[in-house]
Design a protein around this ligand. Structure first.
Ligand code: HEM
Length: 408
């Protein structure tokens, strides 16, 4: 008899290999109910896309992480994060932040991102080995997001360390560990002080934080909660996901040597490589929604107020969308669409930045250390609810010179 189908997004075994469970969910239980953790899970591409699209039924206002879910109470939002707002509030806030976080601002970051990435590669390039996560991929996105926000270099390590602690979960459990709660509070305290220093003119300021402090909505400044919401979201949504994406790319390419050789030979293949990594294994494996009405789906009655997980990781490997090779990593696939950055009104606000960071990092890694081998026996997975990737990824490569312009 087939083993009972259980999907627990916190189980370390699922993190190690979610794909078999995802396939069984799509085939056997496309509207799956977990009675212990009390959530539904949608795993087919069309269902996930429709749920992302239909924000009126699948609301974000009850939280977008399972462990952070709560009854919808629009009179008492927690941090005023846009990611947890529904239209029309969401539309107003998204429009506002889009005014200062523009495509142009992102495009202007390319040289700075390349400088930052090469700085980290320089710290390991002469030795011929590295932990890609600790030394390069896990470092540079925080510098980038800090540069975007206008956070001074001396504070970046502290923030990176807090963001790491804030995401860790224990095996199989839903509660945020005390350590994680403290880390989130530390980030909030940091920004509260930072706002004060900027307002008092004690620091030079600059970046998105200063722009946000000056923004006006309907003739009023953003509230402290709204400002904190933006900063917290940028730090948590913009750092870990990008770091994990670059780590996953290197790990996947190391297991597909022909594709890696193609990327080394032709760097113009990097953008489509980034896209396939985000399709094949998005660092965001699911988003949480709360039903605002009863929904009948695949013979199940999902009730108003129930939690629904939109399984991005499962949808992006659905044979119904991508054909029989859906489960294969293939940088030449060029899929028309995927939900690795979400879809609809909440489509990742940082997608352009994430794509740029991914492109620059993979270009430099494959230019400067492109013959890497990954020590698969000693790689260590990162465990969190919906962020997926590597904590440790030991690699070896032919040593090379530091970049004189960066090393000075
Ligand atoms: C590979 C990297 C990334 C992945 C896989 C990713 C994934 C996602 C996904 C799936 C969503 C949709 C959430 C939902 O529907 O509830 C989202 C939203 C969001 N992301 Fe990203 N993200 C990445 C990088 C970034 C970066 C670099 C930033 C920072 C600038 C960022 C900022 C945001 C924000 C602010 C939202 C909320 C948008 C809204 O609610 O309107 N993300 N991201």
């Amino acid at each position: 008899m087939a083993e009972a189908l259980v999907y627990n997004p916190y189980a370390f075994t699922v993190h190690d290999n979610p794909y078999d469970t995802y396939r069984r969910l799509r085939d056997e239980a496309p509207a799956y109910w977990n009675p212990d953790l009390r959530f539904w899970a949608l795993s087919r591409f069309d269902d996930v896309l429709e749920a992302f699209r239909n924000y009126e039924t699948y609301s974000s206002a009850g939280g977008v992480a399972l462990e952070g879910r709560r009854p919808i109470d629009k009179t008492n939002p927690r941090f005023s994060e846009i990611i947890e707002m529904d239209p029309p509030e969401h539309t107003v806030m998204r429009g506002l932040v889009s005014r200062v976080f523009t495509v142009r601002r992102v495009a202007q970051m390319e040289d700075e991102i390349r400088r930052i990435v090469n700085h980290y590669i320089d710290t390991v390039i002469e030795s011929g080995h590295a932990d890609l996560m600790a030394d390069v991929a896990g470092c540079f996105p925080m510098d980038v997001i800090s540069a975007v926000l206008g956070i001074p270099e001396c504070d970046r390590d502290t923030l990176r360390e807090c963001a790491d602690r804030g995401l860790v979960r224990e095996d199989g459990t839903m509660e945020i560990p005390q350590e994680g709660v403290e880390a989130i509070l530390e980030v909030l305290a940091y920004f509260t002080e930072d706002f004060g220093r900027r307002r008092a003119g004690e620091v030079p300021g600059g970046g998105l934080v200063s722009d946000l402090l000056e923004l006006e909505v309907d003739g009023r400044a953003l509230t402290e909660q709204e400002l904190l919401g933006f900063c917290l979201l940028f730090v948590f949504a913009g750092f870990e996901t990008t770091a994990k994406m670059v780590g996953s790319a290197v790990e996947l390419l190391s297991r597909h040597p022909d594709q890696r050789a193609a990327v080394v030979a032709d760097p113009s293949l990097v953008p489509q490589t980034v896209e396939e990594v985000v399709r094949f294994h998005s660092s965001t494996q699911y988003m949480h929604r709360t039903l605002t009405r009863d929904v009948e789906l695949h013979g199940q009655r999902m009730q108003e107020g129930n939690s629904v997980l939109l399984l991005i990781g499962a949808a992006n490997q659905d044979e119904r969308e991508y054909g029989p090779t859906a489960g294969e990593f293939d940088i030449f696939r060029n899929p028309e669409r995927h939900v690795g950055f979400g879809y609809g009104v909440h489509f990742c606000l940082g997608a352009a930045l994430a794509r740029l960071e991914g492109r620059v990092a993979l270009e430099e890694i494959h230019r400067r250390m492109g013959d890497y081998t990954v020590d698969h026996d000693n790689k260590v997975r990162f465990h969190s609810g919906n962020v997926s990737g590597w904590r440790t990824l030991p690699i070896s490569f032919t040593p090379g010179p530091r970049l004189v312009s960066v090393a000075g």
